[in-house]
Design a protein around this ligand. Structure first.
Ligand code: ISC
Length: 436
């Protein structure tokens, strides 16, 4: 029986879900599980999951479709009492999908037992249980809904803050010289007309000691990069500035990023860098390909889709990005997972043309990306959800191995040493959050 079959089997048992408003839950991060954190947050709002009621694991080319099919069945059968009614209340799952069809990493949707959430200034608690587990056949035992509503898992008190762990990172499968050689090779292929753009990444590897939880790392990311999506799903931890797709009551939005510059040392030089980025033909070309790929994939699902007319500069503490926001209305009732399936992988993380770029990056990169550059986020029972591209992140394995990733879009005038330097800037958030 595959993991998807097992999840489908389990999904026959009904989920019982109850969401209730609470006065206040701040702060969220100190309530997260330090060893297996489930978290999605931006500017202090988001959701934290505790415990695990159900897990859907998929892999291969149909990993998103398979997960979406099980999710749709689960949501249709769930017994939901949602007294808040915001996106992310009621039934919800946190998810992370592998980047590549042939990745050895699994993709997951995790349904927690307890969700603590905050959005638009409102706070809530959701309890999710399996009806079977919840109602113990004994006479007088509570029904599923009542059992789910009772304290199966108590709301944890905020834990005191601990120091961030000290992880010493070393280059992984791709040493810096080999990365530069791969960039040079990619430029050659681009000049030869094989493709227009390919995104090449490299990895750093370190070791996390068992006594160090992940809460302090998440705290650091959220504090230093408050405007990014800070996430923790099944060991994948990061702070991504790039919204793959958001679905909220029939509206669709995305933020496409491609094109990067270092921050300047002083205010004037910082502004100059941002201006130079908006005027750089190389970065604009790289950016335009990323926007075109997202628009092409989203358009068939939207009744209307608008893009900001000109790319703007997005300021992050470690760098500047060229950014374009997409906003529209759904035209075909797609769920967030349907759109994740449609749009991944964009040219911001793969390249153009997509198929050729995926082959070239698989050949030149020399390692399995796992869930790096894959979709990470959450989906609720109505199909609403928020998904980022898993960037500026690391995967923490069960044995404590930590793999951090960063990549760059390569176009015909890319310079290998500059791209290597850009990966160093992109590694900064995650390396520093692990004490590096
Ligand atoms: C692939 C990454 O970034 C992408 C997103 C923004 C800017 C990018 C760039 O300028 O190359 C990349 O396309 C990464 O951070 O690992």
């Amino acid at each position: 029986m595959t993991n998807t079959d097992a999840a489908r089997e389990r999904s026959r048992s009904r989920l019982v879900v109850r969401t209730e408003p609470v006065d206040e839950l701040a702060p969220l991060i100190p309530r997260a599980d330090p060893r297996h954190p489930l978290l999605w947050m931006r500017r202090g709002e988001g959701i934290v999951g505790l415990g695990e009621t159900l897990r859907i694991e998929t892999s291969g080319v149909d990993r998103v479709d398979d997960a979406a099919a099980v999710w749709t069945e689960l949501a249709a059968d769930a017994d939901v009492d949602d007294r808040v009614g915001l996106p992310g209340t009621g039934l919800v799952a946190f998810g992370a999908f592998a980047f590549a069809d042939d990745s050895a990493s699994t993709s997951v949707l995790v349904v927690p037992e307890l969700v603590l959430g905050r959005r638009d200034g409102r706070a809530w608690v959701t309890r999710i249980a399996l009806a079977e587990d919840a109602s113990d056949d004994e006479p007088g035992a509570p029904s599923g809904a009542d059992a789910a509503a009772s304290d199966l898992l108590a709301i944890p008190e905020p834990a005191p803050r601990r120091r961030i762990p000290r992880v010493a990172f070393e280059p992984g499968a791709v040493p810096p010289e080999r990365y530069e050689a791969a960039v040079a090779e990619a430029v050659g292929r681009i000049d030869g007309g094989e493709l227009a753009k390919v995104v090449l990444a490299r990895e750093l590897v370190g070791e996390l000691h068992e006594e160090d939880g992940l809460r302090a790392t998440i705290h650091r990311l959220a504090e230093d990069y408050p405007d990014t999506w800070v996430f923790a799903v099944d060991g994948l931890i990061g702070a991504s500035p790039e919204t793959l797709v958001r679905v909220d009551h029939g509206t669709v939005s995305a933020r496409v990023l491609a094109g990067t510059s270092a921050r300047g040392a002083g205010e004037a030089s910082d502004r100059e860098r941002a201006t130079a980025l908006t005027e750089s033909a190389k970065d604009r070309a790289e950016h335009a390909l990323a926007v075109a790929s997202a628009v092409k994939r989203l358009e068939p699902h939207t009744a209307r889709l608008d893009a900001s007319p000109e790319p703007f500069t997005l300021q992050l503490p470690n760098l500047w990005h060229l950014a374009t926001d997409l906003k529209g209305t759904l035209g075909d009732g797609s769920t967030a997972l349907d759109l994740v399936r449609a749009v991944h992988p964009t040219a911001a993380v793969a390249g153009t043309p997509r198929r050729v770029a995926l082959d070239v990056l698989a050949e030149l990169e020399g390692f399995d990306r796992g869930r790096y550059a894959g979709p990470v986020g959450w989906v609720d029972g109505d199909g609403d959800g928020e998904w980022a591209i898993a960037l500026r992140c690391a995967q923490v394995e069960a044995d404590g191995t930590v793999r951090a990733y960063a990549g760059c879009g390569i176009v015909h005038d890319s310079v290998p040493a500059d791209e290597l330097a850009e990966t160093v800037m992109k590694f900064r958030p995650i390396v520093e959050a692990f004490g590096g």
